[in-house]
Design a protein around this ligand. Structure first.
Ligand SMILES: NC(=O)NC1=NC(=O)NC1=O
Length: 174
């Protein structure tokens, strides 16, 4: 893992590369940059997660609100980020039939009405068959617990995106 290259990035380069590790939250990469040098990929990941954990609840909920719904409007309109599109496609969420899409839209609306933020799940670790059931299950959870669970999913997504980036050509070590 060529952390030397990561540690040599200027601010703009670092945010260009790592700005979407947390969906639509480049502020986090902008903050983590000042923690360099990073001794390895785990250290880099630790700083991303520490930033999230140190936020007040309003900030943590704000991170969740930056996530597009699974199989939602943005997927239909083609306005997803490249990472989100890849993740949602990989989970089969681009090939739902009308009934599946409607069911997910209803569950997403119920979830958002109850918690005030969207349902977030690491799509790469799930699939179209499991998402509605997982959403319905989490819909019943106490708000404080669900906030922790949702942030855990943000971290799973971030871990996978960091692994993609650090394994990408040019950043992978010998
Ligand atoms: N609401 C979401 O869970 N969104 C997402 N999950 C992913 O894995 N990528 C997303 O954009």
């Amino acid at each position: 893992m060529d952390m030397e290259k990561v540690n040599s990035m200027d601010f703009g380069e670092f945010v260009d590369v790592f700005g979407n590790v947390v969906e639509r939250c480049p502020l986090i990469a902008a903050a983590v940059w000042s923690q360099r040098p990073f001794c390895n990929s785990e250290d880099l990941e630790k700083h991303f997660f520490a930033f999230i954990d140190a936020l007040p609840q309003s900030g943590q909920e704000g991170i969740l609100r930056c996530h597009p719904d699974l199989a939602g409007r943005e997927l239909q309109q083609g306005t997803l980020t490249a990472e989100s599109r890849r993740e949602q496609r990989g989970a089969g969420l681009m090939s739902l039939d009308a009934a599946e899409r409607l069911r997910l839209a209803e569950l997403n609306a119920q979830y958002r009405a109850r918690f005030g933020f969207p349902f977030v799940l690491a799509a790469r670790l799930s699939d179209r068959a499991a998402v509605p059931g997982e959403l319905a299950r989490r819909l019943q959870r106490p708000p404080a617990e669900e906030l922790r669970t949702a942030l855990g999913e943000v971290k799973k997504i971030g871990r996978l995106r960091l692994a993609d980036l650090l394994g990408a050509a040019g950043l992978a070590g010998p």
